[in-house]
Design a protein around this ligand. Structure first.
Ligand SMILES: Cc1cc2nc3c(=O)[nH]c(=O)nc-3n(C[C@H](O)[C@H](O)[C@H](O)COP(=O)(O)OP(=O)(O)OC[C@H]3O[C@@H](n4cnc5c(N)ncnc54)[C@H](O)[C@@H]3O)c2cc1C
Length: 436
């Protein structure tokens, strides 16, 4: 990397920020391009977020669903991977700021994704962790496993019930998947491992502000998810907007739920990097991009993936913040840059991005899922087979695919969860115990 030098010398410099689905996809598309790609990420790994809830619920280990970005691009000679947090973008000077460095670019692709949003109650973050990174998943896993340990040592009935109450805020795919997995842990995986407490009495309460679960899916899928979760023993509250929470309770309007454990799966907000562009953002802090994913007035700068707010001109619908959207935008933007590199100048008129909806899925417990694919909406075991096949297919790295499949087969056969480790110095609170 040169420091504050002119980027005009060849080959052209393409700076990509973010090694998630969008960043990987654009970088791969440029594999044979006559350019130097600098791929920045603040983490050294690409994370397969769709399976993150399985790390949070002790089914998989972090390394099963993450891959070092450096190793992904080992064979792509025109990529330099840089571990670093990009702090801001200077559109006028065509530079990004990383710590003390100013890094110039000819083309810039921003794919740093989104973060959790607590709807103006940022103080809730400590009480109710969200799920976005490996660290988030390990923290949730720690809290969940610790809650059962503390309940085992608790003599006071009310306090024990609170320790065994898990509130999940947000009934989208992450909330639904977490609720199903937690119920399974409590009712099937661990009851025989505990002596003083019946873990199957644990309450898993899933709260959704809208009138149905999985609001982005079909009504049929929502209804089926509700039915399947309730059959498993999950308590679902629809139209339930959390209005407050403290150390012991979660409040929804007039109703108070004593609960020691809260997980946040409710809202997202654009990466803070977006605000440094000084262009129009939507209410969630995402960048309002042109139909070709570029930033208005800057055809050399693109925003893609979760951070882009783009209405598909063909369908008039907003491109959803899902892995497919980021992958497709990455391929599209890579194509635009390739074309411009081949012409030696930007194309006078660019194509528009069009999103191909390949379907939506969410899993519910060990061997059930709901799926909307085209006009079809189905559920049950077959949907789960489709869900698992798609997820294994999109995982990066052969080793990870193999490990995940072996883990799932093992869990399916003996209902075990192999990653039940409490990390980070558990220190459960010991209360008065007659029989210890
Ligand atoms: C728990 C969970 C479950 C999900 N389940 C599904 C699912 O089942 N199906 C589905 O299609 N989608 C799912 N999604 C959504 C999907 O993961 C996202 O749509 C997709 O990851 C977006 O890709 P992206 O490239 O825009 O951002 P991300 O994949 O979030 O990648 C962003 C990258 O940028 C890096 N970064 C961020 N800021 C900076 C910075 N300032 N400097 C340097 N690097 C930075 C991050 O470390 C990260 O590697 C899920 C998301 C989550 C959180």
């Amino acid at each position: 990397m040169s420091k504050t030098s002119s980027p005009s010398s060849s080959p052209p410099r393409v700076v990509v920020v973010g090694g998630g689905f969008g960043g990987l996809s654009v970088t791969r598309t440029l594999r044979n391009a006559p350019c130097q790609v600098f791929l920045f990420d603040r983490q050294n790994h690409h994370l397969f977020q769709p399976l993150l809830y399985q790390v949070a619920t002790a089914a998989l280990s972090p390394a099963d669903i993450a891959q070092p970005i450096r190793s992904i691009f080992r064979r792509q000679g025109n990529v330099q991977v840089v571990l670093g947090e990009v702090e801001s973008v200077g559109l006028a000077r065509r530079i990004i700021h990383v710590g003390e460095e100013e890094v110039p670019y000819d083309w810039l692709v921003l794919a740093p994704g989104v973060t959790h949003a607590y709807f103006g109650n940022d103080g809730w973050a400590i009480r109710a962790p969200g799920l976005k990174t490996v660290d988030d998943a390990l923290e949730i896993r720690r809290r969940v496993l610790l809650a059962f340990e503390e309940a085992e040592l608790e003599d006071d009935l009310e306090a024990r019930e609170a320790k065994l109450t898990f509130v999940i805020v947000g009934g989208g795919p992450t909330g639904v998947e977490l609720a199903g997995a937690l119920r399974e842990i409590a009712a099937q995986t661990i009851p025989r491992d505990f002596r003083r407490v019946d873990t199957s009495t644990a309450r898993i309460i899933l709260m959704e502000g809208q009138d149905r679960l999985l609001p982005a899916m079909s009504r049929r899928a929502s209804a089926r998810a509700l039915r399947d979760l309730e059959r498993m023993g999950v308590e679902v509250r629809l139209g339930a907007l959390v209005t407050d929470m403290d150390d012991d309770t979660v409040t929804v309007g007039e109703e108070r739920f004593p609960a020691a454990n809260v997980i946040w799966a409710a809202g997202v907000q654009g990466s803070p990097l977006a605000s440094t562009l000084e262009v129009e953002l939507d209410r969630q802090g995402r960048v309002m991009v042109e139909p070709d994913c570029s930033v208005p007035g800057h055809p050399e700068v693109f925003v893609l993936g979760d951070l882009a707010n783009l209405t598909d001109p063909k369908t008039g619908r907003s491109v959803p913040g899902v892995a497919q959207g980021a992958l497709q935008m990455g391929r599209f933007v890579g194509g635009v840059i390739l074309e411009a590199l081949a012409r030696g100048e930007p194309a006078p008129v660019r194509r528009s991005f069009h999103y191909v909806d390949k379907g939506n899925m969410a899993t519910i417990g060990r061997a059930r899922a709901v799926a909307d694919i085209g006009e079809l909406s189905f559920g049950g075991f077959f949907a789960w087979v489709v869900w698992s096949t798609v997820h294994v297919f999109y995982l990066v790295g052969f080793r990870n695919r193999l490990l995940v499949m072996v883990n799932w087969a093992w869990q399916w056969l003996i209902q075990a969860r192999g990653a039940r480790l409490i990390t980070g110095n558990p220190r459960p609170r010991l209360t008065k115990q007659a029989d210890l």
